[in-house]
Design a protein around this ligand. Sequence first.
Ligand code: FES
Length: 116
Amino acid sequence: MPTFVIGSTADFRSRPLTEVSLPSGLELAVVHIDGELRVLHGVCPHVGGPLGQGELVEGMVVCPVHGWPFDPHDGRTPMHPYVRVACFESHEAEGQLVVTVADPQAIEDLSSLPEG
Ligand code: FES
């Protein structure tokens, strides 16, 4: 599974939310919550807002475009029962945050609203 070093954990811990763009074009949102770092897909599954430019409000990542909130623990939103943003495994190594992207197609699947 591909892994990516995406930056200093100290930097990510210095703010609640950080936008990261990988060279592949994959956008991420790194969330600092309850002393932990969590990594979400950075593209809102509603209509594509930049989640990394949003806010962390009462434990939820709030999209800056229309304000949908997403739980950084499981990616779910109270706005729609079938929509969630992909969450990625990550770990710290020598002061850097390393993210594992298991299946890029899964991001597309999770980010698509159902038809109808
Ligand atoms: S694009 Fe994120 S809430 Fe609409």
